[in-house]
Design a protein. Structure first.
Lengths: 193, 193
DNA sequence: ACTGTAGGCCAACGAGTGTTGACTTTCCAG
DNA sequence: CTGGAAAGTCAACACTCGTTGGCCTACAGT
């Protein structure tokens, strides 16, 4: 399959179409979820034949898997003051989503994870590898373990209602209003009662 | 089609299989969402032929629609003290979900609404017809309009992470811990800052 | 100029889907 | 006892899907 010579800048041709397939797949999976996304549609978007998708990614599940490489880009929370932590979190996710929700990988994942085991498992991984440690840096490990779940529930709840379900009561709020409304709530979850 | 005589207690036979189909459909839609639920599987669960499903419900979309009749059974919040409101809400939804999440209609709807426009629209209706008025009774109309969205985001976030995504950080919490953790957060959203 | 190989296309397969119409069985009213 | 409607079965249609294998084309190395 891969020839012995490992060049950093050759294999030009295939790399470009491979990237085109990935880009198209991300968009489709984001908009319609796993089941309603067809290999034929992805190939058509990328301007190539469906069989090329199989050649480069094996099958649909592996293509989906290749799509799910997600970096939340959470800032280092070690030096963030306790009372600024909630607002930092809300602002971070809002900034991430307000840009172009349609192809944000985290929303892609949420959309598919509610019906697809593979996607749900990936969600668990991302949570354990990124969210939990980031909070542990700010709160200490044992407090983080107890609070991280509900914090995630609140942030994902915002993503769900505003960007996936698009509930009018949430979409009509401005980012500022959301930040002012949700930050105290997250503060309440973080505070020891 | 419907004969002139309108009996309240006859037409026995068909009513029972119609109910069996609905029950089976709810379970399937709840567990796998709209796309992955097949008419054949529903019919098999109900112990009848797939064509009967078509006879009684027309097509798959209409069967799905018939499944989505949801009553949140929210209590009357008019006489609930302001500081007991959050705990009342959290307790209500936890009680509803802890029983048998697998066939709770609201979770069915959430699971499908992230990829299905029809389901998302129904979610909007339910929200406008049930959640918003219930909160208006407790907070007054203009405060409710501003807060209802974020309250819904928090409650649906709980449902999403605990029952659909099953994030370990959330599923390992006891109902009591969730109530103690989340009620203050919802209080914070409701309070005018 | 020749050839091997990687990149790409085309046509088809097998399985599963929603849906339909004709046929059979059940059962109650006359 | 006997029609006839209601309830249910059966087999098939038309379609889409993921996936496969054979074929064509461009092009770099010799």
């Amino acid at each position: 399959m891969t020839q012995g010579t490992e060049n950093t800048s050759t294999d030009r041709r295939s790399d470009r179409t491979k990237a085109a397939i990935l880009r198209a797949a991300r968009e489709r999976f984001a908009e319609h979820g796993y089941e309603r996304t067809t290999i034929r549609a992805v190939a058509s978007d990328a301007g190539i034949d469906p069989s090329m998708v199989m050649r480069y990614f094996g099958n649909k599940a592996q293509l989906f898997d290749a799509t799910l490489t997600i970096d939340l880009r959470l800032p280092d929370l070690t030096d963030v003051a306790a009372d600024e932590l909630p607002q930092t979190l809300v602002r971070h996710f809002l900034a991430r989503w307000e840009g172009d929700p349609a192809d944000d990988a985290l929303l892609v994942l949420m959309r598919s994870a509610v019906t697809n085991e593979q996607a749900a498992a990936r969600m668990h991984e991302i949570f354990a590898a990124q969210v939990a440690p980031a909070l542990a840096a700010a709160l200490g490990p044992e407090a983080a373990a107890r609070r991280a779940g509900l914090v995630s529930a609140q942030l994902l709840g915002l993503g769900l209602t505003r960007y996936l379900l698009r509930l009018p009561a949430v979409t009509t709020l401005t980012p500022d209003e959301i930040e002012r409304g949700l930050a105290p709530a997250i503060q309440a979850v973080l505070d020891p009662d």
